[in-house]
Design a protein around this ligand. Sequence first.
Ligand code: FMN
Length: 235
Amino acid sequence: MTLYEMIEKRRSVRRYSESFPSNAAVDKIESFIEDTEQLPGQNAWFEVVSSDTIKSPVAAYSILAYCEAGDAAYANVGYVLQKADLYIQSLGLGSLWLGMGKPKEEKADFCIMLAFGETDVPMRNGASSFRRLPLKKLTNEDNTVARAVRLAPSAQNSQPWEMRFEQDLMILRCVGRGVFRQVLQKKLNKIDLGIAARHAEIALRNDGKTIESVTPKSDGKAFEIEIRYSDAEES
Ligand SMILES: Cc1cc2nc3c(=O)[nH]c(=O)nc-3n(C[C@H](O)[C@H](O)[C@H](O)COP(=O)(O)O)c2cc1C
């Protein structure tokens, strides 16, 4: 299954079987993350660890993400690891973003983790099985890109994004939602925006667009990610 198809199939997996993913699968996931492009100017780093190094582990393995502090750096982690989330689930494994997860040892620059292992629950069977806000609360448009963003996972399922579309440009704007708005705003909402940008990027490519740039923009108050694209074939 393609990563685009996985957008309608993935879920947060909270029940894992006793068995372990094969070493080959873990190697593939490590290489996949290494090969995943980061946002311009960003240099997050990632390590796959066995979950016995994690406080209250939920699955056999965890991917630990590290980055400098900052809105764009957090969005970049979301952008990279959401591609991994879709890839992991395309291998038939389960995965779970863990905003509350922590390694046992304190680690400088630790940002967030994504746990993964052998899932004990089936994939979703389509967009109708997602609990999400209606599209019209998120944007005025109804297109494949907006629908892919709507299905993106977010901390507390708060869905802190709004979208607008202009000529060859889409803009994701961070808008706090939900009762945990203040708690999430600093870091987790920025990660959420990066996750949503990844869904948008995958949907645009699936529509035959070429991505020209993905640019986080922060003025200290508002946070947005601009995605510029064109119809031209990639050279
Ligand atoms: C940045 C982030 C942090 C999250 N943290 C947790 C967490 O600590 N515990 C948990 O059970 N789920 C966590 N989730 C999963 C969300 O609750 C989940 O994505 C959301 O409810 C939507 O459900 P779905 O992923 O099955 O579509 C997190 C998701 C994201 C994107």
